[in-house]
Design a protein around this ligand. Structure first.
Ligand code: HEC
Length: 247
């Protein structure tokens, strides 16, 4: 299929008046940097979720699904606090943490263990936590449920409106490109919207099951690549193509 639209014969990117080129270029540069900043921000907020630098599948799982198996209390009791209580008592504490740190069990037996082995150091005012109070030790036994539904709905609608808006204009500029068949042009214009939906959907699916985390990565890569193709093609055709035709 060839782009035979008469509009393009008159107003394709290389032939645009200077003022339009400036306007479109200003927009493309802002959006381009905006996307880069978004990438940096993702690295900073989610990239460290698993405790390691760089974005990985684990980061996405921790951010959306959470880490429901381990609580901080259990991790510490198997780690740096391991030496502080005999195995039998440690196991009691771990079972209690897994059960959700119920108050009745605390009163029945946990308080005694904590008072005997832990409050030597975890005294009132201690920077690593005052475990003479139930609320404080309970807080370390809370499991991480990942993103809340409230935050997911908020971030989802902001992304859909905001990114939808950005790609509308990026796509509108790109549709004025020359020499790209109308089938491929349509595919490229559609791609970011398609991956945007995949990306948002993947957050919700990952919240339900960690098996979907890879969809988030595919969604993000998909619309970054589509955006890069459109932004670079548009810039090239506005500024480089006319120069080449003159010479
Ligand atoms: C010898 C002193 C000492 C004793 C005894 C001790 N802790 Fe600790 N605890 C620390 C120090 C120091 C830290 C901070 C460093 C770290 O996290 O490893 C800490 C940190 C923790 C943390 C992480 C707190 C947070 O919010 O980051 C937990 C949970 C914890 N201890 C649980 C226990 C439990 C349960 C016991 C009793 C079985 C216990 N500790 C006994 C010294 C102690």
């Amino acid at each position: 299929m060839k782009d035979t639209n008469y509009i393009l014969d008159r107003v394709s990117l290389p032939k645009l008046p200077l003022s339009f080129k400036i306007l479109f270029t200003g927009y493309i540069i802002s959006v381009g940097f905006g996307l880069l900043m978004a990438g940096v921000q993702i690295m900073m907020t989610h990239g460290m979720a698993d405790g390691k630098v760089g974005l990985s599948l684990d980061d996405i799982v921790y951010s959306y699904y959470g880490n429901k198996e381990g609580t901080k209390l259990e991790a510490k009791l198997n780690g740096s606090m391991k030496m502080n209580a005999p195995d039998a008592e440690r196991l009691e504490l771990i079972k209690w943490a897994r059960a959700g740190a119920p108050k009745d069990q605390y009163d029945a037996k946990i308080k005694a263990i904590v008072d005997k082995y832990c409050t030597i150091c975890h005294v009132p005012g201690a920077p690593m936590g005052d475990f003479t109070k139930y609320e404080n030790i309970k807080a370390t036994a809370e499991s991480d449920h990942g993103a809340s539904f409230a935050s997911l709905t908020r971030v989802s609608h902001i992304h859909l409106f905001g990114i939808g808006f950005i790609f509308f204009f990026v796509g509108a500029i790109f549709t004025l490109a020359e020499g790209i068949g109308c089938f491929w042009k349509a595919v490229i214009v559609l791609t970011p919207f398609f991956f945007l939906i995949i990306d948002i959907l993947s957050w919700w699916l990952t919240k339900l099951s960690p098996a979907f985390a890879w969809l988030t990565i595919i969604g993000g890569i998909g619309y970054s690549v589509a955006a890069a193709i459109m932004l670079f093609t548009s810039l090239w055709q506005m500024w480089i193509t006319p120069l080449r035709r003159k010479s």
